[in-house]
Design a protein around this ligand. Structure first.
Ligand code: SF4
Ligand code: SF4
Length: 453
């Protein structure tokens, strides 16, 4: 039987159409409230955005979800984990770095109404080992303690592109995002003799250290001290490399280090294995998924910039199946037009029917279906889905900030002090609006009310 995926688009003409309201509506439609029992500790798992990334999910979604979880009797916490780090500079690689970045991005206990927790501890070593005999490539994984100990989890995911997984969806949000730092070394193939960065082709003869602006980085970036610059140029002690990725971009750019064959493919498969390990730390029925397919930049929220979205906003999805929800998003992306001026135009994939994530998220030609295919193989979920469009609710009351109307609220204040000036505002009695009205182009043949008589 196909897994059910519930969906609302992103068009809005009323209070119930706010994306926050739609997120809560699909939450209910998909039965995600049944994942939470009174007294449960509930992780809201999301990516709080890299330093200077601007496409990550606005904190209001997590806040609304935290309020909802409290209404259901649960105790929410917003959780993410430390990074490998992936880049030369530390902005999320210890809990301290991450909290500073999260607070800068607007994710604070004050905005969320609940604690923000870096689930794998200060350095990323706080984890629980999970055996994974069903794994396609990983046979064990290390899950952040705060996730493994939680009673329930709502994975609130920003669906977008990703340079390694090709897309970032529900599978990646939990597969990578719930893994501790040790777990991230594991799934990024750190130390793997065939797929790991330690196995990458290396061409020291291409090092142009004398006129290289990045030379200082090569001496300081490696946490294992495996890289340094000698009089002859770059020296790399391959056996010391754990595959943390900090030097990855630098060495690819100058051509000295390249990408091992199947590095991205194996890591994309490992993301789905890792996601299965994370699910194994919960009782059945205790994890729900929401995918917000909006602001879809090609390179994830893990980078310190956000390219123009290459797809129009698709909407909000909810499901109990992380594989099905991702495939539903991928299919809708495929069937959408690309955004003019984005990477979709650059790659010539603007028309519906072309797989947008494979075309736009991939750096070196990795297929978007690796994560779902692996997720189906290891028992994480099903690719077959039934998409159910959820109607707009008629009742606006659940989406209002307060039941007090403005009349009830303001009358007593205005009785004490009114904001209107006593003698009225200083304004002209009459003006010729024809001087500023414009030529009416764009009114689609409708007559401006002033010209109707
Ligand atoms: S390895 Fe590359 S980045 Fe490092 S000094 Fe040489 S040319 Fe520059
Ligand atoms: S050499 Fe290996 S361990 Fe050192 S920075 Fe590069 S990827 Fe990380």
């Amino acid at each position: 039987m196909a897994s059910k995926v519930y969906y609302m688009d992103d068009r809005a003409k009323a209070i119930q159409d706010s994306l926050v309201a739609k997120m809560l509506t699909v939450f209910e439609a998909a039965g995600l409230q049944n994942t939470i029992s009174p007294g449960d500790t509930v992780a809201i798992k999301l990516h709080m955005g890299e330093y200077n990334n601007t496409a990550y999910l606005r904190p209001v979604y997590a806040r609304a979800l935290a309020d909802k979880i409290k209404d259901l009797g649960g105790e929410p916490m917003v959780v993410d984990t430390t990074t490998l780090p992936y880049t030369p500079f530390a902005s999320r690689t210890t809990a301290l770095d991450y909290l500073n970045t999260a607070y800068r991005n607007g994710y604070t206990p004050a905005t969320l109404g609940c604690p923000v927790i870096i689930g794998d501890g200060f350095l990323g070593a706080d984890d629980v080992r999970v055996d994974l005999p069903e794994g396609f490539i990983l046979k064990e994984q290390y899950v952040a303690t705060a996730i493994a100990m939680a009673d329930a989890m709502i994975a609130l995911t920003h669906f977008k592109g990703h340079p390694m997984g090709v897309y970032g969806g529900a599978i990646k949000n939990i597969g990578v995002g719930c893994a501790s730092k040790k777990g991230k070394y594991n799934l990024h193939m750190g130390g793997h003799p065939k797929y790991g960065l330690n196995a990458r082709p290396f061409y020291p003869q291409l090092c142009k250290k004398s006129d290289c602006a990045s030379m200082a980085l090569c001496n300081t970036v490696c946490p294992e001290n495996a890289l340094h610059i000698s009089d002859e140029g770059i020296i790399w002690q391959r056996e010391k490399c754990t595959g943390c990725s900090a030097c990855f971009g630098i060495l690819v750019m100058c051509g000295v280090g390249f990408i091992p064959d199947d590095y991205f493919d194996s890591a994309a498969a490992a993301m789905a294995d890792s996601a299965k390990a994370v699910m194994n730390t919960f009782k059945p029925g205790k994890v729900g998924f929401i995918n917000m397919a909006i602001d879809m930049s090609p390179w994830c929220d893990c980078v310190s910039f956000s390219d123009r979205s290459f797809l129009p906003n698709l909407g909000v999805f909810a499901s109990m199946d992380p594989v099905a929800i991702d495939v539903a998003c991928l299919d809708m992306a495929t069937n959408s037009y690309g955004v003019p001026g984005s990477i979709a135009e650059e790659k010539g994939v603007m028309e519906p029917g072309i797989r947008k994530l494979t075309s736009c998220g991939s750096v070196i030609g990795v297929d978007e279906m690796i994560q779902p295919n692996t997720g189906e193989k290891n028992g994480l979920g099903k690719k077959e889905y039934e998409l159910i469009t959820v109607p707009q609710p008629e009742n606006v009351l659940p989406f209002l900030p307060s039941m007090k109307t403005v009349g009830i609220k303001l009358r007593p204040f205005y009785g004490i002090e009114h904001v209107m000036p006593e003698g009225g505002f200083k304004r002209k009695l009459d003006v010729d609006l024809e001087e500023v009205r414009g030529n009416g182009v764009g009114l689609h043949g409708k007559t401006h009310p002033s010209k109707a008589h």
